[in-house]
Design a protein around this ligand. Sequence first.
Ligand code: DGY
Length: 326
Amino acid sequence: MTSSPGERVLVTRPLERAWLEPLHAAGLTVDVVSADEIGDSAALRSRAAGAAALLVVLGDRVDAALLDAAGSGLRVVATISVGVDHIDLEACRARGVRVANTPDVLTDATADLAMTLLLALTRRVREGEALVRCGGWQGWEPGQLLGRDIKGARVLVVGAGRIGGAFAQRVHAFGARVAYHGRSPRPALEDALGACYEPDLDTALGRADVVSLHAPLTPETRHLLDARRLALLPPRAIVINTGRGPLIDEHALVAALRSGALWGAGLDVYEHEPRIHPGLAELPNVVLLPHLGSATEDTRAAMAKLATDAIVSTLRGEHSGDPGDG
Ligand code: DGY
């Protein structure tokens, strides 16, 4: 089956031409929002009217108002992200709109970035680099910028899905002792890595030198690490977050970092992106990245391919799954 000629796809960000090629090849009309419309929800609603598909990113709120503005011809929302917390899945389901995301292809890139944050933090890369660049380095010193070993550290992976599992493999290869918390045990992680399943998060936090967050953002996981849970971590613990910012109460995190209760934090995601909590950027014991988890050339191209293929197959009527199943 072919898609009806000229069916319109609204793309909410300027994207590389090659990434949009599957849409052009399918004969779809590709309508890309202009730079000054980005993040303007009223403009997005008006541009969405009559679209058969929306190609969105995680900075877009796909809510009932946007779906209604698009109208009854809308059949698929494809997001260039694995996370779907910016999309009202129930509203899509109710309107028979398929939601497609981009799992698998970003697993390694995101796990690599979590590892990057952990290494940068534990080996004080940011401070060392700044010292060399500013010309302040006076030569090798026995006690200079001493960091922490990953070997032997007790690393707790919260949310041991694809990305959490890949991060667990990486820290295991560095000699860490891996524990994981999630809804259910993952025997494969236990067999391959000797990882220990921790069904009770509070108990697990009390035993962790490093906690790395990989859970999806849902109403249940919002502020999973709040002030109470941060206080359960042993002194000198490290927090890594490449999942979603609101998994942590950022205000409580800043307080814990300031007081020295935590050794440090490596963050790629923030509670109110792109804003970060006042005081966070001034802290010496943090490494802060601008949501780069999946940001490699190959990964982003693969994500775009999955999302555009999902649009084409849905508009051709080839997708057999239930609407909203991703
Ligand atoms: C995702 O895919 O959800 C990531 O956060 C984007 O890199």
